[in-house]
Design a protein. Structure first.
Length: 365
């Protein structure tokens, strides 16, 4: 992957991306650094790393369309696949935005959608966070659209606001996390662990990140699994572990076993989710868990998107096959998985479950 970084300031995030490329955290390279500020520290970092630079601003290109065109030409001539804004204080021009739609990312030092928008940059963000009294902040990586800080969220991480924090101390702690989260998100995007499915509106499938994501997943899973619970007379009494009664602790259990949760988002709203978890007993086997599509979003192809995403993820973590356990009497669901390449490997009863479980596998090619 060839990355074009646009930066106006010191460029510590640029440095983190350069270092990740050099260290293998990102399979790619920074192909071009663009700045509107000829004195940007980002330029020094680029030169040190032998990366070509472009200074483009209203001083070099007074006409906004010329400026947009010059930046776009430089990016395409450098073979840039992904634009990463790293403290870039200008809006991207419409031609560049259109050419790199869904291929332009930014990092913001607060948990969007809060503390974003016009004027919310630099220390103003951290001042506003402290003044608001929130206990948690942290960076957001998001897709860039023509509105400030408005595109779909790709990753976030929570950073506690500590008693006695100043805007400066908070900025420092958030920045350290940015340097880890930004390269990791670019890598996940490159490996397809974060995927954008274009449509109207687009669907983003990405790992769940913060507490809010897990809370949304709990309600998506409960609502999706209510259908089989009703159909097969599953109650809290006869099957308390059924997904229709799940809670955040249960989702954390999957995570603590090395599982990864993904959510499908449309216009910032979670509309489905899925998890994959490595088997402890069988090397190469990953379990598909909690594939959840609530009733309003069924028959839209979302289930297949989530399934494919989960399989791709398990494959990229080294999985060789994906395995699922479902209610043996649920012929409709078994048919759905059969049509997607799964075959039955056997059935089993468990003392804590009021139904027979059918296991189905799909080999990853
Ligand atoms: C970071 O806080 C980033 O979140 C914001 O601008 C700042 C850039 O810092 N978009 P640096 O130039 O990467 O050090």
């Amino acid at each position: 992957m060839r990355i074009g970084v646009l930066a106006s300031g010191g460029g510590t995030n640029l440095q983190a991306i350069i270092d990740a490329c050099a260290g293998g955290g990102i399979q790619g390279q920074v192909a071009l650094v663009v700045s509107n500020n000829s004195a940007a520290g980002a330029f020094d970092r680029a030169r040190k790393a032998g990366i070509p630079t472009l200074h483009a601003s209203t001083a070099t290109h007074p006409d906004p369309a010329d400026l947009d065109g010059a930046i776009l030409d430089a990016l395409t001539e450098s073979g840039v696949d992904l634009i990463a804004l790293a403290g870039y204080m200008k809006k991207l021009g419409p031609m560049t935005l259109a050419a790199y739609k869904n291929k332009t990312v930014n990092i913001h030092p607060a948990l969007l959608p809060d503390f974003g928008g016009r004027g919310m940059y630099g220390m103003a963000v951290h001042r506003a966070v402290i003044a608001s009294g929130v206990e948690v902040t942290g960076p957001t990586v998001h897709l860039v659209t023509d509105e400030y800080d408005d595109g779909p969220i790709l990753a976030q991480e929570e950073v506690p606001v500590l008693p006695g924090d100043t805007p400066e101390s908070l900025q420092q702690r958030v920045l350290e996390v940015e340097h880890r989260v930004y390269p990791a998100t670019i890598d996940a995007f490159d490996r397809g662990l974060i995927a954008i499915h274009e449509g109207s509106p687009d669907t983003v499938i990405r790992p769940l990140c913060i507490t809010k994501d897990y809370d949304a997943a709990v309600s998506v899973i409960r609502s999706a699994f209510r259908t089989p619970a009703q159909r097969f007379n599953i109650t809290r009494e006869n099957c308390p572990t059924h997904p229709s009664f799940t809670d955040r602790n249960r989702l954390s259990e999957i995570r603590s076993k090395g599982g990864v949760f993904f959510g499908a988002y449309r216009q910032s709203r979670m509309i489905g989710c899925v998890a994959v978890e490595p088997s402890r007993d069988e090397a190469g086997t990953w379990y598909l868990e909690k594939l959840a599509v609530p009733p309003d979003y069924r028959l839209t192809g979302l289930g297949s998107l989530l399934l494919d995403h989960a399989c791709r993820a398990a494959g990229s973590y080294g999985g060789e096959r994906i395995s699922i356990g479902l209610i043996d009497a649920d012929e409709v669901l078994k048919g759905w998985y059969r049509r997607r390449g799964f075959s039955e490997t056997g059935t089993r009863t468990f003392s804590h479950l009021p139904f027979t479980v059918c296991f189905m596998n799909r080999e990853m090619t």
